[in-house]
Design a protein around this ligand. Structure first.
Ligand SMILES: [Zn+2]
Ligand SMILES: [Zn+2]
Length: 341
């Protein structure tokens, strides 16, 4: 098969590699669409330690079943499918409690780290355990279904809260942040604020349901949130993962409120301990997703979450290296790029 392989820091080769062989409980999928994720861009230069070359990256994908192992029961050839980016075991205590994202032996597609290497979906074929697959509903394209992964991440972030907040603020409106805005609106949150440095992204946030947005530029962003809420947001979503945005999310939440931590760039940022302790703010870490795929696909099918405005480009897999380079440079206006093997 043809595959785009990361062979060194930000270096790729596109060409022939061996076809994967499905095991008895695995399904072979012909990949039709695979989105480039921010974690691929941040990881491909080696800095995250989670894209150690050589590896075929790609975990936001959809395709068609082309072969099934001997023990596969519920999938048949030709069926359009998407799949969890996490390969979980289904048997450990975390899996049995439904927290498959915390599986003790989990592997993420397209990730190569100290513990494991699992090739992903920037390739024509991928072999996957049958239990991580989800059927694509009628009317949803492969490209749209490739968004099920990031949508699940956003739905999971909102699901981390015990109840839908009355006032929410989303700090960072990249792709996941914009999906969090949509997930909040879909959950019935009546008042959503959004903060980002990029005005085009804030315009999308307003289109997706944010009542008001702020481009901080030296403004006191926490005070701006307090002015528009009853002394702070019931829930602040941190979707960047840096020191400044973490601090903002904590201070933009109200006393007794919650902060959902989705961004994951800085390993040990300074932390506003006293605001959390004395304000009894609750911090929720949110990692990947745990059972949100069917809801994510339903949201695309019924239009309650829109992905077309987030799709910047579709390109052949052969052109992948140049799209990785353009995204790594931070070319303005680029949101999701989907490669089609
Ligand atoms: Zn991702
Ligand atoms: Zn498990």
């Amino acid at each position: 098969m043809q595959a785009l392989t990361l062979i060194g820091p930000s270096q790729f080769t596109f060409g022939q590699v061996a076809d994967p062989e499905p095991a008895a409980d695995e399904v072979l999928v012909r990949v039709r669409a695979c989105g480039i994720c921010g974690s691929d861009i941040h990881g491909m230069d080696g800095s995250s330690g989670r894209r150690q070359p050589p590896v075929i990256m790609g975990h936001e994908a959809a395709g068609d079943v082309v072969a099934t192992g001997s023990a596969v029961k519920n999938w048949s050839i030709g069926q359009p499918v998407t799949f969890d980016s996490t390969v979980f075991c289904g048997r450990c205590p975390a899996c049995l409690s439904g927290q498959v994202n915390l599986c003790s032996s989990r592997q993420v597609l397209g990730v190569s780290c100290d513990d494991y290497k699992r090739d992903g979906c920037f390739a024509e074929l991928v072999a996957l355990p049958q239990h991580i697959l989800h059927a694509i509903p009628p009317g949803v394209s492969h490209v749209e279904a490739a968004f099920a992964e990031p949508i699940s991440v956003a739905l999971h972030a909102v699901n981390r809260l015990p109840a839908t907040p009355r006032h929410a603020v989303v700090v960072g409106t990249g792709l996941i942040g914009l999906l969090v805005v949509q997930a909040l609106r879909r959950a019935g949150c009546p008042h959503i604020l959004a903060i980002d440095r990029d005005p085009a992204r804030l315009e999308l946030a307003r289109r997706f349901g944010a009542a008001d947005t702020l481009q901080p530029d030296g403004a006191d962003a926490a005070a701006w949130v307090h002015d528009r809420t009853d002394g702070g947001a019931d829930a602040a979503f941190e979707v960047v993962g840096h020191e400044v945005t973490l601090d903002l999310a904590i201070h933009a939440s109200r006393i007794g409120g919650a902060v959902v931590l989705v961004g994951n760039l800085s390993p040990r940022p300074p932390f506003a301990l006293q605001a959390v302790v004395t304000g009894e703010r609750t911090l929720h870490g949110s990692c990947a997703s745990a059972g949100e795929y069917p809801d994510a696909l339903a949201a695309v099918a019924d239009g309650s979450i829109q992905v077309q405005p987030l799709l910047s480009a579709r390109a052949p897999l052969a052109d992948g290296e140049q799209w990785f380079a353009r995204l790594a440079k931070g070319e303005p206006g680029l949101m999701k790029v989907v490669l089609e093997p």
